[in-house]
Design a protein. Structure first.
Length: 238
């Protein structure tokens, strides 16, 4: 309803001194409602109006809007444009958020460079140093190798065990062993048809053991990385 009234004012009085303030209010409402695409479109319109007083803030929130919709390249582009206006505090925030965008892409070294731009006299220096420490940890995270997991799973269950899924490893070993034993018994008893059928199913479970081990390694890595990323808390809202 507020947006409707602001748009009504702009429509009825296009030359009003309140026009820019109305557009800014609409922009802020879109942002607060998580309507980031709408906020980005209106923000660009505001920038084109050549009102220098608001360009830094608008560029900043266009950048954070792109960050929230996971378009990290454009987020960084607008955050860097924000720094061109020379406002110290908002510029320092852009370094932290730009670094965070690299963290979300697991580009630890590039994030380190961003955090390192914040000087000792900044109110955000301690936060930047904390993020530098966490970024260095991120570069050294002990991740599982999907290739090793797949190779180990030649012995059923060993790949799962490597990934830390001990219960699944035991189940995989037991089920695959059961299929091998059942097929062998069938062939030994002269029941080739049943042995072949069990063997086909056994191959399926064996293949699933290898594929599952590879995928579980990737999932384990994702959990390790996401758990580490959650440690990056800016300490201010945006």
């Amino acid at each position: 309803e507020a947006i409707i009234e602001y748009k009504r004012l702009i429509s009825y009085y296009p030359d009003s001194i309140y026009r820019i303030n109305s557009l800014i209010s609409i922009f802020n409402i879109y942002y607060q409602q998580d309507k980031y695409i709408e906020a980005i479109k209106l923000g660009k319109k505001l920038i084109n109006e050549n009102n220098t007083d608001i360009k830094a803030d608008v560029n900043f929130f266009i950048g954070t809007s792109y960050l929230k919709i996971k378009n990290y390249n454009l987020a960084r582009q607008y955050l860097r444009m924000t720094r061109e206006y020379g406002f110290k505090e908002i510029s320092e925030k852009t370094h932290l958020i730009e670094g965070l965008s690299y963290i979300l892409e697991e580009k630890w070294s590039l994030a380190l460079k961003c955090f390192g731009e914040i000087k000792e006299d900044s109110n955000f220096y301690d936060k930047a140093q904390e993020f530098i420490y966490l970024s260095k940890q991120g570069k050294q995270l002990k991740l599982r190798s999907p290739e090793v997991a797949g190779l180990l799973s030649v012995i059923p269950g060993l790949g799962y065990y490597y990934n830390g899924y001990k219960q699944t490893a035991l189940s995989s070993f037991f089920v695959n062993s059961l299929f091998i034993w059942a097929a062998n018994q069938s062939f030994s008893n002269g029941n080739d048809g049943l042995g072949t059928l069990i063997g086909v199913f056994g191959i399926g479970f064996y293949s699933g053991n290898i594929y599952g081990s590879i995928m579980s390694a990737k999932e384990t890595n994702r959990q390790i990385i996401q758990s580490h990323i959650t440690k990056f808390k800016l300490g201010f809202k945006y």
